[in-house]
Design a protein around this ligand. Structure first.
Ligand code: R5P
Length: 304
């Protein structure tokens, strides 16, 4: 039996794309916020014994988590045989250790919360840095998809001479695989972050690639300070204007505008979070992942 897809507000385009791809239905889900801030959730399409797939990117996790938990409760109450989650962007992955005494390890705490709400999880390029697998913190089956082949295809379609630039050592995993997919050389820089919006990167040894268009690749663009600092150094090194690619366009307030005004050639992202920069469509990739998790025994699918 085909699953039914339910979009949390803002995720309608991806939910209907996934349903189309799988020949499945989209269910209607209402989320309302009362004046006091509490949430009201109601299903207008009942799952009636079918598998349900919630589609909710987690770019604003504190706002989204409770409606998501209530939607899962409503689905179970209405007879869903299982409740899966497509969260193309998985939040709370960066605080993966206690950097200072007394801090919460929110990646592990959030994983426990989410594992208590849904039966399985499909996501794209979570920020796995000090951990190697979601299984270390999630107790539900999860499937990690990688955007690199789609980004590589997009870069090839440009038909330009490019070289890839990773702003810091954490970006190496993404830059390396995009460079392989795009058939282009790459460099990885060193980053020092002094505060939320205070970032410095090393001067790149990129002079040998002068003449090619630099393509910055990172998993997350949040304040965009990392990209802006890298772009500034490339400019100082007399490189061509850069193309900036983020898998996850989180873009906090003002970040997109700030990056845009730093003389970049283009800003591009994957549609893991709806944003004006979405140019690389991962719908087919995600649909294949959902088919693997929702299509068979839950415990057989882990990590692609
Ligand atoms: C962190 O290591 C990530 O890979 C990104 O580099 C970081 O989240 C980007 O943040 P921002 O856009 O705030 O500089």
């Amino acid at each position: 039996m085909k699953p039914v897809f339910y979009a949390l507000p803002g995720n309608e385009t991806l939910a209907s794309g996934l349903a189309d791809h799988m020949g499945a239905a989209v269910g209607s889900l209402e989320v309302h916020h009362f004046p006091d801030g509490e949430s009201y959730v109601r299903l207008h399409t009942l799952p009636e014994g079918r598998k349900a797939v919630l589609v909710a990117t987690l770019a604003r996790p504190d706002e989204v988590f409770l409606p998501l938990a209530y939607a899962a409760e409503a689905l179970r109450g209405a007879g869903a045989s299982e409740v899966g989650l497509v969260a193309p962007y998985l939040a709370y992955m960066r605080q993966d250790k206690r950097f200072h005494e007394g801090e919460a390890v929110t990646s592990a705490a959030f994983a426990q919360l989410l594992s208590g709400v849904v039966d399985w999880l499909v996501t794209v390029d979570p920020h796995l840095h000090r951990r190697t697998s979601l299984d270390e913190i999630y107790s539900i089956p999860s499937l990690v998809l990688h955007a690199a082949p789609c980004i590589g295809d997009w870069l090839r379609s440009l038909g330009r001479d490019i070289f890839l630039v990773g702003p810091d050592s954490e970006s190496r995993q993404w830059v390396e695989s995009v460079a392989t997919a795009a058939g282009a050389p790459y460099v990885v820089l060193e980053k020092v972050r002094r505060g939320d919006r205070d970032v410095e990167v090393s001067v790149p040894d990129a002079a040998r690639w002068r003449g090619r268009t630099p393509v910055l690749v990172d998993d997350i663009i949040s304040t965009a300070r990392t990209m802006i600092a890298t772009v500034a150094h490339l400019r100082e090194a007399d490189m061509k204007p850069a193309i900036c690619i983020g898998v996850h366009p989180v873009f906090v307030e003002g970040a997109y505008e700030a990056l845009k005004s730093s003389q970049v050639a283009r800003i591009v992202s994957c549609n893991t979070i709806p944003h004006i920069t979405n140019a690389i469509d991962l719908t087919n990739l995600i649909a294949d992942g959902v088919r693997r998790l929702a299509g068979g025994p839950l415990l057989t699918a882990r990590g692609v």
